[in-house]
Write a protein that binds this ligand. Structure first.
Ligand code: IFG
Length: 512
């Protein structure tokens, strides 16, 4: 439709007739039925609407969250939206006065005269605001001033998450993404109540974080990328900026240094790290499983200890991810020896490993991240530990949507939106007790992904599907209902400039 319109416009313009201005998408009024992830309970009050106006102010018991909301509203409405020093009778109040549930629970009340978000902890307040954002017209997410009106439908929402761990992973090793691109992704995933961003910081093709005691890791190991594309790495200050930006959006950063495999960038940077003392060349291909740290050298453990020490010191979150996947060039015995020692070098952090780690002797608190394609893996099911569910056949955002998708891979299957949505994290892995499922995570590997537009094309609309599986009760799981909630996100993504894939499984509103 849009292409035909463009051609007609071009024809009109070339013969001197000015084309009619393209109508902006009509102010798609949002409703309680369009919130993703779907809330535990949502009771609209028919006929009641709160209007955000030039006199609307914001009060917040948590200044960061109040400021984020006020800044967004100022940007889109052009109204002053001042920060009030006490809860305004006719404005928006974010209060730590309690809500049914835990630290991420919230209650949102919208009446004709005021909006109140109440929660037990700052996290819940942030999530109540994300829901409020989705009740506003999509234009409220515009980076530039839009005409109103700015109605918020009246009613009450009481909500809390199913799982505490609701993650996205970005592989910044195969291709490097600057701070601004990571922050853009943080803006997008936190709107859907994702609370973890796992950064895959090292691999065969690149090392992406400065380590003072091993400087060549970043300067040399970070100098390239897949296909010889530009490299890059984060200074410690830049990493801290990402951590702070994430924290303001209630996202915990989990850094991953993959080991003992996926280590060519480190081995290329320091000859002494190699068993034979010879540094391999930098690698810009996309093979996996060909590299291994030298398990028999004591220097290897000094390296791991110092790298993890510096990483832990700049990571306020409770987790370090040690990778452990695809160690095809490490013998089973060496793998056990190495992973068992590496887990003791996590400097007080809880270790997460790809589920291959169950082949070593994981510490009791060590968490396994399941990335298999199968619903059967007895070693993981019987491991007696917390599991993060990232089945590649459902959650790997680098899988193509269909055979024609220009980006991505197909080894774990073709994943359309319905495939990403239609599974249950609690029962996917047969034999795994539901109580051991800690949550879900959607990894985006970047062998074929180079830009924010590429990230968005692969992550949207499938990441919101994973976000709903992580947040909403299993009882609300319904593909048909989800498709209409997801369709309502299209106009918002259009306004935000999110380069999303217009899946043919969804009836996207015109102009979105
Ligand atoms: N598997 C590898 C990743 C990446 C991926 C691409 C894991 C845990 C294939 N390991 O997934 O490094 O190459 O889809």
């Amino acid at each position: 439709m849009r292409i035909r319109f463009a051609i007609v416009s071009l024809a009109l313009v070339t013969c001197g007739i000015s084309a009619p201005a393209q109508a902006a998408p009509a102010q798609a009024a949002s409703s309680f039925a369009s919130v993703v992830p779907v809330p535990v309970s949502a009771a609209p009050t028919s006929g009641v609407t709160y209007q955000i106006t030039a006199s609307t102010s914001v009060y917040s018991d948590v200044p960061t969250t109040g400021n984020l909301l006020a800044q967004q509203l100022r940007r889109a409405t052009g109204y002053p939206v001042p920060i009030a020093s006490t809860p305004p009778a006719d404005g928006i109040s974010l209060r730590l006065t309690g809500a049914p549930g835990g630290e991420e629970a919230y209650q949102l009340d919208v009446t004709a005269s005021a909006i109140t978000v109440s929660a037990n902890q700052p996290a819940g307040l942030f999530y109540g605001v994300q829901t409020l954002r989705q009740l506003l017209p999509p234009a409220a997410d515009s980076p530039t001033v839009q005409p109103g009106p700015w109605p918020v439908p009246g009613g009450r929402i009481v909500d809390q998450p199913r799982y505490a761990y609701r993650g996205a992973m970005l592989d910044v090793a195969r291709h490097f993404f600057p701070v601004a691109a990571v922050e853009r992704y943080l803006d997008q995933i936190s709107l859907y109540k994702i609370n973890v961003l796992h950064l895959h910081l090292s691999d065969d093709q690149g090392w992406r974080i400065v380590i003072d005691s091993w400087p060549r890791l970043a300067t040399y190991g970070g100098s390239t990328a897949v296909g010889g594309d530009p490299g890059g790495s984060y200074t410690k200050a830049q990493y801290q900026e990402i951590v702070a930006y994430a924290a303001a959006r209630n996202v915990t950063i989990i850094p991953e240094i993959d080991m003992p495999g996926h280590t060519n960038a480190a081995l290329a940077s320091y000859a002494d790290l190699n068993c034979d003392g010879v540094a391999p060349p930098l690698y810009t291909g996309t093979d996996v499983g060909f590299s291994s740290l030298c398990v028999s050298k004591e220097l290897t453990y000094t390296f791991v200890d110092q790298v993890l020490g510096e990483l832990a010191a700049m990571t306020p979150g409770p987790y370090l991810h040690l990778g452990g996947d695809e160690a095809s060039s490490t013998s089973a015995t060496d793998y056990r020896t190495f992973m068992n020692r590496a887990q003791d070098l996590a400097h007080g952090k809880t270790v997460i490993g790809w589920h291959d780690i169950v082949n070593a002797t994981p510490l009791p608190a060590t968490i396994a991240q399941y990335w298999g394609t199968s619903t059967r893996n007895t070693a993981v099911a019987n491991a007696g530990r917390k599991v993060i569910m990232s089945p590649a056949s459902r959650t790997y955002l680098d899988m193509k949507y269909n055979r024609k998708t220009p980006l991505g891979q197909t080894w774990a299957g073709i994943i359309e939106v319905r495939d990403a949505y239609n599974w249950n994290p609690a029962t996917f892995l047969s034999g795994l007790p539901a109580s051991q499922v800690m949550g879900v995570e959607a990894p985006l590997w970047t062998e074929t992904i180079r830009t924010s537009a590429d990230i968005e094309y692969m992550a949207f609309p499938r990441l919101p599907a994973i976000a709903e599986l992580g947040w909403s009760p299993q009882s609300t799981h319904d593909w048909t209902a989800f498709t209409s909630r997801l369709a309502a996100q299209g106009p918002r993504w259009h306004v935000m400039g999110v380069n999303y894939y217009h899946s043919t499984q969804i009836s996207w509103p015109a102009g979105s």
